[in-house]
Design a protein around this ligand. Structure first.
Ligand code: MTE
Ligand code: HPA
Ligand code: MOS
Length: 772
């Protein structure tokens, strides 16, 4: 049912309380980080005298002030909270200072005098590959006989796909508040997708027990993956200062520090060779997939695994070999970002398919359709999962028809023949995205539900609200199970003392997981109440029904609140937990084989763009999307996720450029130099539809499908539409390689290459053709 976001009225009226808005005790201190200015080096000495003498300063804390473990890394313990003598990226936290005011803390933090002994820095993927500098051992996945199949392919192309990273640019930056409690306890208010991990890291850093640390999060002003592991650093630093001073400490990063210090989407390169037949069907593919992980492992293992597991997108790759290199560089440690490596894997195959189509002078859509997974044959992925729910072919056909893709392609060809400066391009790309955490153990959730004697319900679950509408959807589920109006349900802040040992709210799975856990808790309560009513009025428990705030037991009829009061008087427990774990899945992280995903979410998009060939500027003219959310729990919220995810992806692929200088300093650390999409980038015509009548074939909550991340990848259609427009400036059969983001500069570079080649009448340098 379409219901507005539970906090919509609070968001728009400014009444929603984010961490920074919460009233705090008067003895609160504000904190700021002091950070490294160089990419790699040994700290010879730090002179803190000017920091300590700065007005308002109460305390500073560095590595030696941490009572427990100086680490916030979750999987590998390779992320120091404060650099312990070596710095590994420009922006690395060295110490934190607590002062009586926010500005005082920031000013003081800049006054440390650090003497470094610089060490050689590896800054990009190529340099890391050359030095074999890796955060994790290289992995390989192979199926069929890729080398033999390549050798016998009638056509071959070789090339490189390049794509940049992305800053999360959540509107609310990283923030934590640490409030000391009695007997060494610590309460944290943290803007985090992963309260349980913040709890664990803070407990380890303070050498406390988990039961002494409580972490709460009511909402985030966006997370997008950037608050899966990074908040533990902020919370731990605040907690160390709170421990040292005995006073509450708030640590809120300003935007520049946030962008310099915290991890981003991984940039990737892919060196590939593909073999195909004259219809465009792929016979063999070999890919070296390499990403810039930064100085530590963080989530780079699972991110790169997901890239490997999405390099097929919706296509059957019979003979394939993938080498996955997780490169260590002296840059910020990259982390989760919406899609979690999936988008990067999919950009690679979509660019390859586009190249195949251009080489063969075919419509790229035809080539895509020829390579789609089948339903009975050609339906096993290279990681061993059978695609049981494939709906990509009919979904794409429907979108091609409703968007008039074929007719518009002809119109665009005519336009391009008549116009010299403004060129147009169109592309339709599909999405098939695996739903579940690849690490099987995280696919679980818990809930805690209380019913009070006025008939109202308070719910806690392990998921966090970052704007995606999780709390709304879970409240809807509980209301439905108890036959109550939505107004009777309140979802309160996520709290490690209510539901323990939770997973991150991530992998788009939080409604699947927490929705089912909350349903289990609500069903337990309903059964207890039904049992009580049945015994009291002598009817079968199954005959007791809950609807519209009423309960019917034979001839008897009560309001829910009346029944609850009677049950409470009869000493029936009105509180329950619920637990859920995803069935059927299992994945071997060593061999990258198994069934990592419970199911797949599908979608497709058509983008039409115009490109100004004099300035390189691009404009998104029209977008048509058909997206599969199963039986949508809340179409209004799901449409918002599709639109927002799509545009966030457009930002990644067209305008958001991270730029480091040769010293490894990030220069794009503010909105002045880093361009995220705004209202003006909204396509002139934007038609988004959810696929109707397509319930999830797996037993998910009310047969819905996860929707948080998959739509981001629909934006690949925009990149390829730009490529299509650029290609129209060359001769047919040219590849028109475009790197992402397709900024005006990148577009002009691609145009220059295409024109030079057209003039010379040679094949582009990047793609090489086999003897045909
Ligand atoms: N939507 C909003 N408004 N804000 C966010 O931070 N994060 C995205 C997506 N949609 C995000 C969002 C990411 S990265 C994920 S994994 C999912 O939401 C997580 O929530 P879900 O599991 O409830 O979909
Ligand atoms: N997706 C998102 N976040 C994650 C995952 C995943 O598969 N695994 C660990 N964190
Ligand atoms: Mo989302 S990248 O799984 O937080």
């Amino acid at each position: 049912m379409s219901i507005r976001h539970e906090s919509a009225h609070l968001h728009v009226s400014g009444q929603a309380l984010y961490a920074d808005d919460i009233p705090l005790p008067a003895n609160l201190l504000h904190a700021a980080f002091g950070s490294s200015t160089i990419a790699h080096g040994r700290i010879r000495s730090i002179d803190m005298s000017a920091v300590l003498a700065s007005p308002g300063v109460v305390a500073v804390a560095g590595a030696s002030d941490i009572p427990g473990e100086n680490n916030y890394g979750s999987i590998l313990h390779d992320d120091p909270i404060f650099a312990p003598g070596i710095v590994q990226y420009a922006g690395a936290p060295l110490f934190a200072v607590a002062a009586t005011g926010y500005t005082a803390a920031r000013k003081a933090a800049g006054r440390a005098r650090v003497d470094y002994e610089p060490l050689p820095a590896i800054l990009d993927i190529r340099a890391a590959l050359a030095a074999q500098s890796m955060v994790l051992p290289t992995e390989r996945v192979e199926r069929g006989r890729p080398s033999e199949a390549l050798a016998r392919s009638p056509y071959r192309l070789r090339g490189t796909v390049l794509m940049g990273g992305q800053d999360h640019f959540y509107l609310e930056g990283q923030i934590a508040i640490a409030i000391p409690q009695e007997e060494g306890g610590m309460l944290l208010i943290s803007s985090t997708q992963h309260p349980a991990e913040v709890q664990q890291v803070v407990a380890q850093a303070l050498a406390r027990r988990a039961n002494q640390v409580i972490v709460q999060c009511r909402r985030m002003g966006g997370g997008f993956g950037g608050k899966e592991t990074q908040p533990a650093l902020i919370a731990a630093a605040a907690a160390v200062l709170a421990h040292k001073t005995g006073r509450p400490v708030k640590l809120r990063l300003d935007r520049d520090t946030d962008m310099l210090m915290t991890g981003k989407r991984h940039d990737f390169l892919a060196d590939y060779e593909v073999g195909f037949d004259s219809t465009g069907r792929i016979i063999a593919l070999t890919v070296l997939l390499a990403s810039r992980c930064g100085y530590s492992a963080d989530l780079s293992g699972p991110v790169n695994d997901r890239a490997v597991a999405h390099i097929d997108n919706a296509y059957f790759l019979e003979n394939v070999a993938i080498v996955s290199c997780r490169c260590k560089t002296h840059t910020v440690s990259n982390t989760a970002f919406r899609g979690f490596g999936g988008p990067q894997g999919m950009v690679v195959i979509e660019q390859i398919i586009d190249s195949i189509a251009r080489k063969l002078r075919l419509d790229p859509l035809e080539v895509r359709e020829r390579n789609f997974y089948g339903t009975d044959t050609r339906n096993v992925t290279h990681y061993g999962q059978t695609v049981e729910d494939n709906i990509i072919q009919p979904l794409v056909e429907r979108l091609a028809a409703s968007s008039e893709y074929r007719k518009r392609r002809e119109q665009i060809a005519r336009w391009n023949a008549q116009h010299g400066v403004i060129k147009r391009g169109i592309a339709l790309t599909p999405v098939k995205f695996g739903i579940s955490f690849t690490a099987t153990m995280w696919n679980k959730a818990g809930a805690l539900l209380h019913v009070y004697t006025d008939g109202t319900v308070l719910l806690n679950h392990g998921g966090t609200e970052m704007g995606q509408g999780l709390f709304t959807k879970v409240a809807q589920i509980v209301a439905c199970e108890l036959g109550l109006p939505l107004t009777a349900i309140r979802v309160s802040a996520t709290d490690t003392s209510k539901v323990p040992n939770t997973s991150a709210t991530a992998a788009s799975s939080s409604t699947d997981l927490n929705g089912k856990a909350a349903q289990a808790a609500a069903q337990a309560i309903r059964q207890r109440l039904a049992q009580f009513a049945a015994e009291t009025w002598g009817v079968e428990p199954a005959k007791v029904t809950f609807q519209d705030g009423q309960v019917f037991a034979g001839e008897e009829r009560f309001t829910f609140a009346e029944l609850v009061r009677l049950a409470n008087g009869a000493r029936v427990s009105l509180s329950s937990t619920g637990y859920y774990r995803t069935p059927k899945i299992g994945w071997d992280k060593k061999t990258l084989q198994g069934r990592p995903f419970f199911y797949y979410a599908y979608g497709a998009a058509v983008s039409e763009v115009s490109v100004d060939t004099l300035t390189g500027e691009t404009q998104l003219l029209r977008v048509d999307i058909l997206h599969d959310a199963g039986s949508s729990l809340n179409p209004a919220i799901d449409l918002g996720q599709v639109e927002g995810g799509f545009l966030q992806g457009v930002g990644w692929l067209t305008s958001e450029e991270l730029w480091w200088n040769s010293q490894g300093e990030l220069h794009t650390h503010a909105p002045s130099t880093y361009k995220i999409p705004t209202a003006r980038d909204w396509p002139s015509l934007f038609r988004v539809e959810l696929l109707e009548g397509a319930p999830n074939r797996e037993d998910t909550i009310y047969r819905s499908k996860a929707v948080g991340e998959p739509p981001l990848m629909l934006s690949i259609s925009t990149l390829l539409a730009i490529r299509d427009a650029i290609a129209s400036c060359g001769s047919s059969g040219q590849l028109a390689e475009i790197t992402a983001p397709a900024t005006p500069e990148a577009v002009l570079r691609a145009l220059a290459a295409v024109r030079a080649e057209a003039k010379a009448g040679v094949a582009p340098a990047i793609g090489t053709e086999a003897a045909v």
